[in-house]
Design a protein around this ligand. Structure first.
Ligand SMILES: Cc1cc2nc3c(=O)[nH]c(=O)nc-3n(C[C@H](O)[C@H](O)[C@H](O)COP(=O)(O)O)c2cc1C
Length: 327
């Protein structure tokens, strides 16, 4: 049977099962206006460097042999597609210089792409107390990073067995950090987002970027609750701010030169296109758990996933326009 006949028969067979439930009414679909994406590329400048596509490898891992292997896969694929990347918490490296190789991804990523080290606010607080803040600057320099991501995760720390309790308000710690150590800073939560007062404070601090790490994706309060079997962690895990809510708050504030990494519960390319269109700032989409899932399968699987994701994203950009009631 010819290919066309096979297709026609398959259409007859599948048509009865192809009734759609549900309707995504965030977009106007404009089939007359777009063209098929010829490429996954859509270059822009993010955190002062050229990237080939608006996707960011969100902070995840390092400090174990598995983390080291995954980091290499993530950096290799980020380099191939010209993406920016944040390291997972570099606390292990601060405590043990032998862990350098786990985090030494600049040689893989190349010099041209944004690459940020990562540390938790509880560790920053401890470094301030022990007057060792300089070690953070030295670490960023040694890793040839462009700056530092600081994650603000008081709920995670609280529910983590043996977690560090954040004693001072994180804002005070961040103020002291940014005044003492002149670096490029990205500030993020780890899966619950943050509310208007915190976002306003970050803008007043003049940070270079905010990563939303919003509610709706991986949730570390829930994760640590499972490790410690604490019952109230389940209730706390439901609190937080979605990416859309945070974008709407940010859009009411004004910040010069703020970049935004839209992450946390960005489930598919339509969410990505919708949220990025809604965001009034220079932005990229940050992904963590889904990249990790494919990185664990291997470099070529992650590569295929990223390329398909970028192509599908371009398709959305070409044919879907966010409805005016959202603008
Ligand atoms: C396995 C794993 C480890 C993570 N470790 C860190 C970390 O060390 N530092 C950090 O700032 N965020 C960390 N995150 C949070 C992510 O960067 C991201 O903000 C959050 O998971 C939301 O993205 P997602 O919904 O795409 O997973 C981690 C996420 C995952 C899945």
């Amino acid at each position: 049977m010819s290919e066309i006949s096979q297709r026609k028969d398959s259409h007859i067979k599948l048509a009865g099962m192809s009734q759609v439930q549900g309707h995504d009414d965030r977009f106007n679909y404009e089939p007359l206006l777009g063209g098929f994406p010829s490429d996954w590329r859509s270059p822009s400048v993010f955190l002062g460097k050229k990237i080939e596509a608006p996707l960011w490898v969100s902070s995840m891992t390092g400090g174990s042999s598995k983390g080291k292997a995954l980091n290499k896969v993530l950096a290799t694929v980020a380099s191939k597609f010209g993406l920016g990347m944040g390291l997972g918490s570099c606390r292990a490296l601060l405590e043990d210089s032998k862990k350098f190789d786990d985090f030494n991804l600049r040689p893989i990523l190349g010099d041209g792409l944004p690459f940020y080290a990562n540390i938790g606010v509880a560790q920053v607080e401890a470094l301030i107390q022990s007057q060792k803040l300089n070690s953070l600057g030295e670490m960023v320099e040694k890793l040839s990073c462009d700056g530092l991501v600081v994650h603000i995760n008081p709920l995670q720390e609280y529910f983590q067995p043996g977690g560090d309790k954040v004693i001072r308000p994180a804002l005070e710690t961040l103020r002291e950090l940014t005044e003492s150590l002149k670096l490029s800073y990205v500030i993020k939560e780890v899966g619950q987002g943050m509310g208007p007062e915190s976002l306003r404070s970050l803008i007043e601090l003049n940070v270079d970027a905010i990563e939303l790490a919003a509610h709706g994706g991986t949730n570390f309060t829930k994760l640590e609750g499972m490790r410690s079997e604490t019952s109230s962690s389940e209730d706390f895990s439901k609190v937080g701010h979605t990416a859309l809510e945070m974008i709407e708050i940010l859009n009411t504030l004004s910040a010069d030169n703020l970049d935004v990494i839209i992450s946390g519960g960005v489930n598919n390319v339509l969410d990505a296109h919708f949220l990025k269109s809604r965001c009034g700032y220079n932005s990229v989409i940050g992904k963590a758990s889904s990249l990790l899932f494919y990185a664990e399968k291997g470099e070529s699987e992650l590569s295929e996933y990223v390329e398909q994701w970028l192509r599908d994203y371009q398709l959305a950009v070409q044919f879907l326009k966010v409805k005016s009631e959202w603008n």
